[in-house]
Design a protein around this ligand. Structure first.
Ligand code: ZN
Length: 195
């Protein structure tokens, strides 16, 4: 009897406030409404107050922003700082390759290693890992195929935002032997598809 009870005991589950999918509580990000009525990411999942859960998923975070569902669930004011915290928490959760890719791209841009645009990539003498936005042109795809390349799970607008430039960036490159490139390749292998 004891044995079967152990077998059927399940981890506590919660629903994501945005997509409504149930997951183990430990896999979700908890957010709470602070006493001042602001939304706060509850990293340790211990803060008191009205709380809600969200998947550590870029799509759910994007939908939460667009739909206002999280603000509604919390009855709280949500500022840009909160969204940054949330994306960071999601990036660190270890469950979402897409957010990690964003963070690697952002960091590589800050480090100055990221090369933007096919003309600049072409000028590089080193072997490059080339990353394409999912809505890039056929000409860009053709160009990318000449290199070690990956199709990103983000469009030109998203890619531009991630690397902090204005305008439609369709393609970026990183030296193939850089840590950033290696990290991206391992993320791609982890997920097994375009990232
Ligand atoms: Zn969700």
């Amino acid at each position: 009897m004891t044995y079967s009870r152990t077998m059927t005991r399940s981890k506590p589950q919660r629903s994501c406030s945005v997509c409504r999918v149930k997951s183990d509580k430990s896999d979700l990000i908890r957010v709470v409404r602070s006493p001042e009525g602001r939304a706060v990411v509850d990293i340790m999942k211990k803060l008191p107050g009205r709380g809600a859960y969200i998947c550590p998923d870029s799509e759910c975070i994007m939908n939460a922003r667009k739909s206002g569902k999280l603000a509604h669930a919390l009855g709280a004011v949500i500022d840009d700082d909160f969204w940054r915290q949330l994306e960071e928490a999601a990036g660190n959760s270890g469950t979402n390759a897409g957010l990690k890719v964003r963070s690697v791209l952002g960091l590589s841009r800050k480090s100055g290693l990221l090369i933007i645009g096919s003309d600049n990539i072409e000028r590089e003498r080193r072997k490059m890992l080339v990353l394409m936005a999912c809505d890039c042109s056929e000409a860009v795809r053709e160009f990318a195929r000449k290199h070690e390349c990956m199709l990103l799970d983000m469009n030109t607008a998203q890619l531009s935002e991630v690397i902090g430039t204005r305008g439609g960036v369709q393609i970026v490159g990183l030296p193939l032997n850089s840590g950033f490139a290696k990290k991206l390749i391992s993320l791609k292998n982890e997920r097994g598809i375009a990232i």
